[in-house]
Design a protein around this ligand. Structure first.
Ligand code: FAD
Ligand code: SAM
Length: 683
């Protein structure tokens, strides 16, 4: 990221096209793939010399395999790997393809480049359709074929991007990030792009590799040989593709943790953040079985993400039907507040909104309506925010558009007095329908009418309510504000916020509303003759009864936004209006808590020096309860947050590379509150 408040703008690839329609980089003066036959070159260099077909045929059911690549370019290597995966890996296994790209192709260029390979069209069209709207540096996780193929596209310089996959760049803790099985070292030729093939890049490659990790590269240049040796690989020169005499293949014989720094170079203060977020009890669970407590959006998305990975899930719900508490409103808005700032909240909101839009792309029809969402600049603060957002998002028109009041009115089907931000790919969803759809997977079993009261560990399994039928090596607490009742998570600063929505009968005039309109509150287009509007916010209030004054608040907020319809519902008696009350679960920094549950007392003991010195050098990882995880705190944004959080949680549990940068993974770590308390000397 750049040093100032704004992220470095994306520099798209500048291409020219030769007479055969092949792309070349105008900046680097190099080709994207062999002019002779790019696809065959990929197969020869990267697939064959990483022995992928043989390795994939030997994979066990539900295994996952990770390829990391320098330079995504046109995605040809990705598509070739995907194609081979389908013909050689077990159908239940997952391919993770992580690629770092500093100069992404525009969607048009990607599409033009991939049209060179009609034989891959079935796959390339899926990639083109899902290719993300790139706002700046950051991660994009795309999922294909019901999660069988996962692409993590990291927009950044290669060395920086890979550093963001590490739990920490502190070399003392390299052994906690070995997620890569095979490297595709692409990128323009070292003679044309020496900056990329840096010592930093090879350090990251070392840190992300493990015993048996392989690498292949089209280049046999000295800088590449030296770098791979430096990273601990054993090299072999083999025949290159076509007219290229040589290329390199490599293998990591035995990974050494202290390879670079046998002794820590620091004694009392560390240049790296203290390693509290590293979970030293990695979960190589032989038995892929988990119990999830709570069948709302958090529980159902988590169940879906793990079932996709071959986990057998028992979903416990205290009510007789799923999604009947916060996730029970008939219409929820897919929305997340964007910000021009470079802080965790802003980065997470953007990442989760983009992930959610992609997640819902095939689910709108059955669960809601992709009407688009308008966020009105209805007050001075919102007007200022929208001005600030313009610079960062002006090119991201697939994600947001800045529209005048006139254009907003056209989109809405009713007159609006304010300029607005338009999210063309958002809309409203019925969360309960979504939850029901997500848990139809054969590996998910729901047990309703069952309240988890007690969770206890017997050294192998977590057991719920001392019931031998309810035990598993992994338990996920996804029961929102009620996580407070479990001994293991009682220390979390959970806040409960009461909210009431109002059901408004559609009128002839209001039926014209064709988009979700958000200002102080929101109103969704009518569904089955009813609009949902709301919602109120009341901290520390527990009443579940509908209140006339809350309906009044919702209607007043609406009046402000929809001047033309101000009197449409004026005659209704607030005492008779329908609606619904539920409780949001929020944490003080407004980020969810997603990840392993800290072992409270040992964690406080281990990191006690932070009380005196926030940068104290502490040797030792965080203390976590083995197999116990949390996914709560989605506040008012469950529809945007929960799909990405489920993916993050699944990556923790299944030992995969994360779909977001490690800084953000740490920002969501539930143990952050204990660490903050230590630093503030509150504990
Ligand atoms: C009025 C209102 C309006 C909202 N509007 C929007 C919106 O427009 N867009 C949006 O994105 N978000 C909205 N939200 C927020 C969104 O609803 C939540 O973020 C989301 O539903 C949280 O999902 P969850 O699974 O964490 O919690 P919940 O849906 O509350 O699920 C928790 C589940 O755990 C179960 N449970 C609790 N304790 C136990 C136990 N001990 N054992 C077994 N089961 C247990 C509960 O019964 C419940 O089913 C709104 C929230 C409210 C209250
Ligand atoms: C030869 S092309 C890669 C071709 C690609 N693998 C494919 O399948 O189409 C090299 C890529 O490396 C990218 N690149 C160059 N320098 C980079 C850097 N420092 N960090 C990340 N990517 C870089 C280029 O933008 C380009 O897309």
């Amino acid at each position: 990221m750049s040093d100032d408040q704004n992220p470095a703008p994306v520099q798209y690839a500048q291409l020219h096209w030769d007479n055969d329609g092949q792309p070349l980089s105008s900046v680097f003066g190099d080709v994207y793939f062999s002019k002779a036959n790019g696809l065959e070159e990929t197969r020869h260099v990267f697939l064959q010399h990483n022995q992928l077909a043989q390795r994939w045929q030997a994979l066990p059911e539900t295994a996952h395999f990770t390829i990391a690549e320098t330079g995504f370019g046109s995605g040809l290597n990705f598509l070739a790997a995907w194609e081979l995966w389908l013909s050689s890996a077990p159908a239940s296994a997952q391919l993770h393809f992580v690629s770092v790209e500093k100069f992404p192709l525009s969607k048009n260029d990607l599409s033009r480049a991939l049209s060179l390979w009609p034989q891959l069209q079935f796959l390339s069209q899926q990639l083109i359709d899902a290719y993300p709207c790139i706002v700046g540096e950051g991660f994009h996780r795309l999922s294909f074929m019901d999660g069988r193929i996962k692409l993590t596209l990291i927009i950044n310089d290669a060395a920086c991007g890979f550093a963001q996959l590490l739990a920490t760049t502190d070399p003392l803790y390299s052994c906690y990030s070995p997620t890569v099985d095979a490297w595709f070292l692409d990128g323009f030729a070292p003679s044309k792009n020496p900056h990329m093939w840096s010592e930093d890049l090879f350090s990251r490659i070392h840190q992300l590799s493990k015993t048996g990790t392989t690498a292949a590269t089209f280049s046999a240049a000295a800088i590449v040989k030296k770098g791979l040796k430096f990273a601990g690989f054993t090299l072999e020169k083999v025949a290159g593709f076509g007219r290229k005499r040589e290329m390199l293949k490599a293998i990591m014989p035995a990974h050494q943790q202290d390879y670079f720094y046998p002794q820590p170079a620091y004694k009392s203060a560390s240049p790296f953040p203290s390693p509290w977020s590293i979970n030293a009890s990695p979960n190589f669970h032989a038995k892929k079985e988990a119990i999830i407590i709570g069948a709302g959006l958090a529980g159902c998305t988590s169940a879906h993400a793990l079932a996709e990975r071959g986990w057998k899930i028992t979903l416990l719900e205290r009510n007789n039907i799923i999604a009947s508490e916060a996730s029970g409103n008939p219409q929820g808005v897919l929305y997340a507040k964007l910000s021009h700032k470079e802080e965790a909240q802003a980065a997470f909101n953007l990442a989760s909104l983009q992930f959610a839009q992609s997640f819902y792309s095939s689910r709108w029809i059955a669960t809601g309506e992709q009407t688009g969402v308008l966020q009105l600049a209805h007050c001075a603060a919102e007007q200022l925010l929208q001005t600030q957002l313009r610079e960062k998002f002006s090119a991201a028109t697939e994600l947001v558009q800045f529209v005048s009041a006139g254009r907003a009115s056209e989109l809405a089907g009713t007159s609006l007095a304010h300029n607005a931000i338009h999210f063309p790919n958002a809309g409203w969803i019925n969360p309960a329908k979504l939850c029901a759809q997500l848990i139809t997977h054969p590996l998910i079993q729901v047990i309703a009418n069952t309240t988890a009261v007690d969770i206890a560990y017997n050294g192998e399994n977590w057991c719920i309510n001392n019931n031998a039928e309810l035990q598993a090596p992994v338990v996920i607490i996804a029961n929102a504000r009620d996580a407070h009742y479990f001994t293991q998570t009682r220390h979390l600063p959970i806040k409960s916020i009461r909210g009431q929505i109002t059901y408004l009968p559609a009128t002839e005039t209001s039926k014209k509303i064709k988009i979700v309109i958000c200002s102080e509150g929101y109103i969704a287009p009518a569904n089955e003759g009813i609009h949902c509007t709301g919602a109120t916010f009341n901290l520390k209030e527990e009443s579940t009864a509908l209140r006339a004054e809350d309906h009044h608040t919702n209607l007043e907020n609406l009046r402000e936004a929809l001047s033309d319809m101000a009197d449409e519902w004026g005659n209704l008696d607030n005492n008779l209006l329908g609606g619904r009350v539920a409780f949001r679960c929020t944490l003080p920094d407004y980020l969810p808590a997603v990840g392993p549950v800290a072992d409270e007392i040992p964690m406080l003991d281990s990191f006690a020096p932070l009380r005196k010195n926030a940068r104290a050098f502490i040797q030792g990882t965080g203390k976590y309860l083995p197999g116990l995880y949390l996914n709560i705190g989605h506040g008012s944004r469950g529809l945007a947050y929960t799909p990405l959080c489920a993916e993050i949680l699944a990556a923790h549990i299944n030992n995969e590379s994360q779909p977001i940068a490690s800084e953000l993974v740490t920002a969501l770590n539930p143990a952050r509150f204990l660490i903050r308390d230590l630093i503030k000397n509150k504990r």
